[in-house]
Design a protein around this ligand. Structure first.
Ligand code: GLY
Ligand code: MN
Ligand code: MN
Length: 480
């Protein structure tokens, strides 16, 4: 038998066909579905309107097209959880899968939404993407228009709208179907303009980052509270337990994580993005936990603390920790309006290099190690142990605004509203013959999220202490 045309869009081979009798009865007897879908984020629509106005000023005279994207396939007909493209959310306050924003040169914003198949259609039952019984309630066009304060049209009208538009600039690489509608419209200029604007946060965005940091601090407290029980038991696969603990706190509060949590005990911390997260937790180890909550607004924190799991430092752990903390404070001290983005990096790396020199790990002075002439012997000598840059921009994306070209990004002059991390670290690999035995397998990183203001930097993640004594006191209090 055949099913109506609206019913056979996205099916799996194990799906059963519908007979004629059931096709009829399934589409009858329904009240309208309650509108659910994404919760509205307070203030998001107003902030987005201001963001659109800023984009129009930066790129006058163009039609701008920014898709939300679709969830990538995980396997066959199952997909990863959907997360809207950051630029789409920044410009609309919305997070609907498959939606596309078209912004006219006159500033008229239209969001083209995927159809939502509600009760009364067979698609309601048959389509894994559009059918509300599969994916949950999909906000109606009317509700979306009211919430976002923009015009809303069905996505089926997008092709004709784009064909009629003049100078179209498209954020490409987000939605392949949209890219195909205007292949010549892919605009690096748009991608860069968006990320330049997104780099400087308004007050609403700073509040969202502060929320993410507060939620992250609660997750860290939950993680620390689990340590005594893990250590009292066999501690096996303890990293996984702690990773799950952080994620559970995020999910309980309606949030998610902004990146895969890095929960690394002992020498696992020397792998920067320790991905297995399957190690044991043993007494006396350091735990390097790099975790960030992404709230329902999609802004994320990115915070690292390195903690002695047993609550006390060994002398060598404390020595390395205090060196990284000194670098961390030196870095934060350079985060102010008018300073170079790289000032924090240079200050932090100088402190680390100086300690490495005094400990005898590098033969070169900090000035030699940090010399800007990279062809000089000794230039970069510290990098064997410091591994990564000190800062990156932070916002909707953990590594925010990556469309800005490297030279421009690094040459940024800080201004109020720039949000960035300060995250120096020292890492001593277990197989590094240049490292004395007592240091091998030690890894320390301290990472805070910082906003540039008119005065001193505002550290959004300071609910979690960084002083070595304060940190273990906080751990003890979190463990009750
Ligand atoms: N969590 C990755 C980073 O700190 O950049
Ligand atoms: Mn970071
Ligand atoms: Mn991090």
């Amino acid at each position: 038998m055949t099913e109506p045309a609206d019913a056979a869009t996205r099916r799996a081979p194990h799906d059963q066909p519908f007979g004629p009798w059931v096709q009829t009865t399934l589409t009858e007897g329904w009240d309208p579905e309650p509108v659910t879908g994404h919760p509205a984020v307070d203030g998001a629509a107003e902030a987005a309107a201001a963001h659109r106005a800023a984009l129009l000023r930066a790129l006058p005279g163009r039609t701008v097209v920014v898709p939300a994207g679709t969830a990538p396939v995980r396997a066959n007909d199952t997909v990863y959880p959907f997360r809207a493209a950051s630029a789409y959310t920044w410009l609309t306050g919305d997070q609907a899968e498959g939606a596309v924003l078209v912004l006219s040169p006159a500033g008229e914003a239209t969001v083209f939404l995927l159809p939502s198949a509600g009760p009364g259609t067979l698609t309601y039952f048959t389509d894994r993407r559009e059918g509300a019984v599969w994916v949950g309630g999909i906000p109606s066009a009317g509700a979306t228009a009211q919430r976002l304060e923009v015009a809303v049209r069905p996505r089926t009208e997008l092709a004709s709208a784009l064909a009629a538009a003049g100078d179209v600039h498209l954020l490409a690489g987000v939605d392949a179907d949209v890219d195909a509608l205007r292949p010549g419209a892919a605009s690096t200029e748009l991608a860069r303009a968006l990320d330049r604007l997104r780099a400087v946060k308004d007050d609403w965005e700073v509040d969202r980052l502060a929320e993410a940091c507060a939620a992250t601090a609660r997750g860290f407290a939950d993680v620390v509270a689990e340590l005594p029980a893990l250590l009292a038991g066999d501690g096996r696969r303890g990293e996984r337990w702690l990773e799950g603990t952080f994620w559970r706190r995020a999910r309980l509060e309606g949030n998610d994580v902004g990146y895969s949590s890095i929960v690394a005990a002992g020498a696992n911390g020397t792998s920067l993005h320790w991905a297995p997260v399957d190690g044991d937790i043993r007494p006396g180890q350091l735990l390097l936990a790099d975790m960030g909550v992404e709230t329902t607004s999609m802004y994320t924190a990115d915070v690292t603390r390195t903690m002695p799991v047993s609550g006390t430092w060994t002398p060598v752990q404390r020595r390395v920790y205090d060196a990284v903390r000194e670098a961390h404070l030196a870095g934060i001290g350079e985060v102010r309006a008018g300073n170079a983005f790289l000032a924090a990096h240079r200050a932090a790396q100088w402190v680390l290099a100086d300690h490495l020199h005094r400990w005898g790990l590098i033969d070169w002075s900090a000035d030699d190690a940090l010399h800007e002439d990279l062809t000089r012997p000794g230039a970069g000598a510290h990098r064997r142990y410091t591994l990564h840059s000190t800062s990156h921009l932070l916002g909707l994306d953990v590594h925010d605004c990556a469309a800005i070209e490297g030279a421009e990004y690094l040459a940024t002059t800080l201004q109020p509203g720039h949000a960035l991390t300060v995250e120096p670290g020292l890492y001593f690999q277990v197989n590094d013959r240049t490292v004395p035995a007592e240091l091998r397998g030690l890894a320390v990183r301290i990472e805070d999220d910082v906003v540039v203001t008119d005065g001193a930097a505002r550290v959004l993640s300071d609910a979690l202490p960084t002083d070595g004594d304060d940190l273990v006191a906080w751990m003890a209090s979190a463990q009750g």
